[in-house]
Design a protein around this ligand. Structure first.
Ligand code: DQA
Length: 143
């Protein structure tokens, strides 16, 4: 099904989902997560594209692309969320809703994870629902 285009953007270290600290991040691989997001998009009428990068500049370019095309974004900017003002500035240029997602419950973890510089420019933040958070974000964007 083709519908409104939504970008799901995953940042640094999330390509290692599945093998990376599974007690914290679960056993779903990034490939499986991407398939889950595309499938959820099909269910709710969104054309979902999932990308992952370990390169902050590349993520900034993708956010510029989303700003220019008016695409909503689901963003897990991983560790960058906690300190990257460059990413925040890119997010604040977005022209459609932005849902920030964290797989783990960041507020129950180390203190440095309690702050997100992205949250202040996000429409909503979902944290601690595991990969279900991405599905909830997409369902919201389809409303
Ligand atoms: C994360 C939480 C971040 O603190 C961490 O650096 C990540 C993943 C999450 O999805 O739970 O890489 O964004």
């Amino acid at each position: 099904m083709t519908g409104r285009r939504v970008l799901v953007l995953n940042g640094v270290n999330l390509g290692r989902l599945g093998s990376r600290e599974p007690l914290i991040y679960g056993s779903t691989t990034h490939e499986q997560l991407a398939a889950l997001c595309v499938q959820t998009g099909n269910e709710v009428g969104l054309d979902v594209e999932v990308r992952q990068t370990d390169d902050e500049a590349e993520l900034v370019r993708w956010l510029h692309e989303a700003a220019d095309s008016g695409a909503p974004v689901v963003l897990n900017s991983a560790a960058w969320s906690h300190y990257s003002y460059a990413l925040r500035d890119a997010c604040s240029q977005l022209t459609a809703p932005l849902v920030e997602v964290h797989i783990s419950q960041v507020h129950a973890r180390e203190e440095f994870r309690h702050t997100s510089v992205i949250s202040g420019v996000a429409t909503a933040t979902i944290t601690g629902l595991g990969v279900e958070g991405y599905r909830a974000a997409l369902r919201f964007l389809a409303l």
